[in-house]
Ligand binder design. Structure first.
Ligand code: PRT
Ligand code: ZN
Length: 210
């Protein structure tokens, strides 16, 4: 038996459920249940907040998970990734107020930057020799400059319309992300075999879509 953790409700949920179904795995899901069992594959599905998925898989509470690389790497468990899934593509970018001068990342030296990704951003700034003050906030990062909390932000971007709507300009791509399948490090031989079957099916689903 394998336990797979997916996001309960959010941007990853629909595509995660669709992928499992496209792998030929049947299950009944209802919006108020936090757990369901597949009827034709030894798989149990847990519905969690995406932020909790890397830790649960690292600890073996769940054997597998589907999560964005942004959340996985920020949590500090990049090694759990076993399969890229090709959906929920986005990027983590630095942005500044549209009217502000910006030549290069050195412009952020000594500045205040609001983000929900202090680990990924901190590493990026260190690699670029920039020292800045990071303010970690968990949501609505885009309003930080307009309320005087920070001179720049670092947040997830997909279409760019949220930045635009908040008078911000994307200036650097810090990290590129997509949804990935992750697995706990200590699977039994039987579980590893089931995972291989699952990956084989996921790869076939992706190939069929190309
Ligand atoms: O409740 P829970 O904690 O489970 O969910 P959540 O609110 O933390 O995450 P959710 O559902 O918003 O996103 C889940 C994952 O989807 C993220 O971790 C990313 O890997 C991926 N993803 C893809 C995105 C986006 N695209 C995205 N556009 N996550 C967030 N956004 C947000 C972004 O934060 C910004 O506010 O959308 C806004 C920007 O979008 P554009 O299109 O205006 O640029
Ligand atoms: Zn979350």
């Amino acid at each position: 038996m394998l336990r797979l953790a997916i996001q309960k409700s959010g941007r990853l949920s629909e595509d995660s459920l669709a992928l499992i179904r496209e792998c030929g795995i049947n299950f009944i899901s209802s919006s108020y249940k936090l757990k369901t069992e597949a009827t034709n594959f030894p798989l149990e599905i847990l519905f969690l907040r995406d932020d909790d998925i890397p830790g649960y898989v690292q600890d073996g509470v769940a054997d597998l998970g589907i999560v964005g690389q942004n959340v996985l790497v920020e949590a500090g468990y990049p090694n759990l990734e076993v399969e890229p899934l090709g959906f929920s593509k986005c990027r983590l970018s630095l942005a500044v107020p549209r009217a502000d001068a910006y030549a290069s990342v050195e412009a952020l030296q000594g500045k205040n930057i609001a983000t929900s990704y202090p680990n990924i951003l901190g590493r990026y700034l260190a690699e670029n020799g920039v020292q800045a003050h990071l303010h970690t906030i968990s949501g609505s990062v885009e309003i930080a400059p307009s309320i005087g909390l920070a001179e720049a932000i670092c947040d997830i971007v997909s279409s760019g319309s949220t930045l635009l709507g908040n008078g911000l300009r994307e200036v650097e791509t810090v990290f590129r992300s997509e949804a990935v399948l992750i697995a706990q490090p200590n699977l039994s031989a039987e579980q590893a075999d089931l995972l291989a079957q699952l990956q084989f099916r996921m790869q076939a689903v992706r190939r069929a879509k190309r």
